[in-house]
Design a protein around this ligand. Structure first.
Ligand SMILES: [Cu+2]
Length: 473
């Protein structure tokens, strides 16, 4: 592992494309060099340098907690080398998962090409079982589509297969196995693909920042490392690019930038992805750029299973803006999903007695679950707290599919580094009311209902209302 890391460092990922001119014809007949990256940091945009035939220059994408795979030019063909292999992925600091992925990571590296490029991808299988790669959304010859058994024989362990096709349409794509799919996708095998337009496109605007990531999910028991691959719906880790908050990097932009975010969903359920502080439009789907007349503003877009969505907006509101899945269970990590509701239960007396027997016993959830965000409760090894993350004003109480869009006037063009927390101008933050306290409205009305019941007892104690059969009509 150490030598592999040293190799990556010596290569340098930025501008690390292998120039055709400097490689002998013997070398070109061999497999393209294997390039790996094992850390989970967001790599800076990959500008291919020293390469001819790259087509029109483009503004490269930035893969959230990921990277773009360098390639070499071989007689006019862009050659990539993907290796399917077991990897260790840090889901967030404090938790590593034993996954399967590509080139040292799950998800695999983003493949970034230009419309019209001829692309040759060598896929080496270092998994213990066979695999394939399906190029989700691409126009290509049927024999290159990657469905094991249907379009090609499976790639046995230890073998390398070659895929080759022309990236015919610009847009947002994904890649993933079509071989023992349930297992291999539950283990994290997937990656992003972006095809940039070869010339100015009437439906594809130029943007200042272009981000991409995949939605994925894992079921990893607290204290363990390997996903349960038979889980259908009850996943406990909801991730952007196999990272859970607070492990997901922020999206850092300059104020007034035109921003594009491309998202693909390879989980087993839909995700309503929600942005604070701005409206966006869906400018592209898995089928390509959307016609301008079909676009409308939204602040949440639902991304169904197997879909890709590309949203765009002008980031003209300075600040720190939440960007997350709107299913509240998807902004929560393991441990929280099966906790019984304790709101309103007074178990002080019971707790006292239990504490005599079990000194570490802790009462949770009697006032809601917010305490969990701050509580330093003992967790099994390799387990993330249910909700966590510190903001400038305390616990953010989030997990899973949550990150922050940081919009700053002082962010430099092309600078993707984290500017830190937003400094709010004086007088622009929610503040505490210090006047006389308001009387609870329940004291004046009958139980706070808009339609008071007749013959109802006075609201002096908690009423438990249950839906019952209709009567007295
Ligand atoms: Cu979700």
């Amino acid at each position: 592992m150490t030598s592999r890391r040293a190799f990556i460092q010596s290569l340098g990922l930025t501008g690390g494309a292998v120039a055709a001119a400097s490689v002998s014809s013997v070398a070109m007949a061999a497999l393209p060099e294997l390039i790996l990256k094992e850390d989970p940091n967001t790599a800076p945009p990959h500008f291919p340098r020293g390469v001819t035939g790259a087509g029109r220059p483009y503004n490269p994408v930035v893969t959230l907690n990921g990277w773009t795979l360098p390639w070499r030019m071989n007689k006019g063909v862009k050659e990539f080398h993907l290796v399917a292999e077991p990897v260790v992925r840090e889901i967030a600091p404090g938790m590593n998962a034993h996954l399967w992925g590509y080139n040292g990571q799950s998800p695999g590296p983003t493949i970034e090409v230009v419309e019209g490029d001829r692309v040759r991808i060598f896929v080496t299988n270092r998994l213990p079982e066979h695999t394939t790669i399906h190029w989700h959304g691409q126009r290509l010859p049927s024999g290159m589509d990657g469905v094991g058994g249907l379009n090609q024989p499976q790639i046995p362990p230890g073998k390398t297969f070659v895929y080759e096709f022309v990236a015919r349409r610009p847009g947002t794509f994904m890649y993933h196995p079509h071989a023992d799919e349930m297992t291999q996708m539950a283990m994290g095998m997937m990656g992003f693909w972006v095809t940039h337009p070869k010339e100015r496109h009437p439906l594809i605007d130029e943007v200042d920042r272009d981000f991409c990531f995949l939605l994925n999910a894992y079921d990893i028991d607290p204290g363990s490392y390997t996903p349960k691959v038979n889980t259908m719906l009850d996943f406990n880790l909801w991730t952007f690019n196999s990272r859970a908050f607070p492990g997901i990097d922020s999206l850092n932009v300059r104020q007034n930038d035109r921003v594009r975010i491309r998202v693909g969903n390879l989980t087993m359920t839909n995700h309503p992805i929600h942005l604070h502080g701005h409206e966006f439009t869906v400018t592209g789907t898995d089928g390509g750029p959307t016609p301008k007349g079909s676009r409308w503003p939204e602040v949440t877009t639902d991304i169904a299973v197997g879909q890709m969505r590309q949203v765009e907006f002008i980031a003209n509101e300075a600040g720190d803006w939440a960007f997350h899945c709107h299913k509240s269970h998807h902004t929560m990590n393991a441990m929280g999903h099966d906790v019984p509701t304790m709101i309103g239960v007074d178990h002080r007396e019971a707790a006292k007695q239990i504490t005599d027997l079990i000194p570490d016993y802790m009462v949770m959830g009697a006032r809601g679950m917010a305490d969990m965000g701050e509580m330093e409760m003992p967790l099994p090894d390799n387990t993330l707290p249910m909700m966590t993350g510190q903001g400038p004003y305390g616990a953010v109480e989030m997990g899973g599919m949550f990150t922050v869009l940081k919009v700053r006037a002082e962010q430099k063009v092309g600078d993707y580094s984290d500017p830190g927390w937003y400094k709010q101008p004086p007088g622009t933050r929610a503040y505490e009311w210090t006047g006389p306290a308001a009387e609870p409205p329940r004291a004046k009305t009958q139980g706070g209902q808009s339609m008071p019941a007749t013959g109802k007892p006075a609201a002096t104690e908690v009423q438990v209302r249950k839906p019952g059969p209709h009567s007295g009509h």
